[in-house]
Design a protein around this ligand. Structure first.
Ligand code: HPA
Ligand code: ZN
Length: 333
């Protein structure tokens, strides 16, 4: 790590786009497979890592859902979440708003309660023991039907004290946000905030749909907004946050090379972009690795790094007073 890399690691940051199932490192996958007597289609940690070559989102999702099969008990979900939070601590990521995909687990017969209780206990322990605050986001899998999303929303209602918002993830192309307008309306009526993946592989029009039909607070990814100049202007005017995931975008071939990534260009144009890790165990790193990859390829100034960190707190679901505290702290750097 050079001095600037060290600065990026120590910069207080918030992470707003990270799938807990995507933080399952091969080592823990192996451990949980043994604990739960599950046979993996790999015979070593190295073989798992070697399989992480993707040419698009679906390639990745196939492996990601397979990996999640080792998660069985409440303790497994606790251990998964805790391992992520320890990484956050080491990288000075002090506020997190992670996603989880209940349908990946309930479809395999794991109880919703098992998933949410394990995750929630780790998040509460992290607040106490690591000083990391959090808000949890439940995602609907968009490749599954609307009826399945409605059933999942129903299951979440008793846990509203533990879940701040709902999101939309999985295979994007062919599954536009409009398919989930009704379930998002019901979620908002129940008191959940909303976010959605849009404009990662799907077209800029999906971003418009997420804004207009799902009434999202943030767009997850959103990098294809540049294909519609009027949309970019709109995103700037309403200061709509985009939770951009640079290493993910390279691994899934959304951009060929980090030097072609548009995150700093969007930042300079006044779009409220943030940097996030998406699925850190699969894409080559956590928050610091994402900041470093952008800084090395583009390059990034210290002022830009601070602005990205400031955006991450401002785009969070923290209160205005909490946001102001973080901004003040960052402006002293
Ligand atoms: N896009 C869509 N679905 C996902 C992703 C992603 O980047 N990561 C985990 N599920
Ligand atoms: Zn994602």
């Amino acid at each position: 790590m050079n001095t600037f890399h060290h600065f990026l690691n120590e910069l207080p940051k918030a992470e707003l786009h990270m799938h807990l199932e995507g933080s399952l490192e091969p080592e823990l996958m192996f451990q949980l497979a043994q604990r739960n007597q599950i046979t993996l289609p790999f015979d070593s940690v190295n073989a798992i890592r070697a399989a992480y070559q993707f040419s698009n989102l679906q390639d990745f999702l196939d492996i990601y859902y397979q990996g999640a099969n080792v998660l069985q008990t409440e303790q497994d979900f606790y251990d998964l979440t805790w391992a992520y939070l320890e990484r956050c601590k080491a990288q000075n990521v002090l506020h997190v708003e992670p996603f989880f995909d209940p349908q990946t687990h309930t479809e395999r017969g794991i109880a919703f309660a098992t998933v949410i209780n394990g995750i929630d206990r780790a998040l509460k322990d992290a607040e106490q023991q690591l000083g990391i605050s959090s808000r949890l986001i439940m995602c609907f899998l968009r490749h599954l039907p609307e009826s399945a999303a409605f059933a999942t929303l129903e299951q979440a209602l008793p846990y509203q004290d533990k879940i701040m918002a709902v999101g939309l993830d999985s295979s994007e192309k062919g599954f536009p946000p409009e398919l989930f307008e009704r379930v998002f309306t019901k979620a908002r009526e129940a008191g959940f905030l909303t976010v959605a993946h849009a404009g990662e592989e799907g077209p800029a029009d999906y971003i418009g749909q997420a804004l207009n039909l799902l009434k999202v607070e943030r767009i997850d990814h959103g990098v294809r907004c540049v294909e519609d100049p009027a949309l970019v202007e709109h995103l700037i005017n309403i200061q709509m946050p985009l939770t951009v995931c640079p290493l993910s975008n390279i691994k899934l071939c959304v951009f060929k090379d980090m030097r072609e990534h548009n995150v700093l260009e969007l930042l300079e144009r006044g779009v409220k972009v943030t940097i996030n890790s998406d699925d850190p165990a699969y894409f080559g790193g956590y928050m610091t690795e994402n900041f470093v990859a952008v800084a090395d390829a583009l390059p990034m100034t210290k002022a830009q790094a601070i602005k990205l960190a400031q955006n991450s707190f401002e785009a969070s679901f923290l209160s205005d007073a909490e946001k102001a505290e973080w901004v003040k702290r960052l402006q002293q750097l």
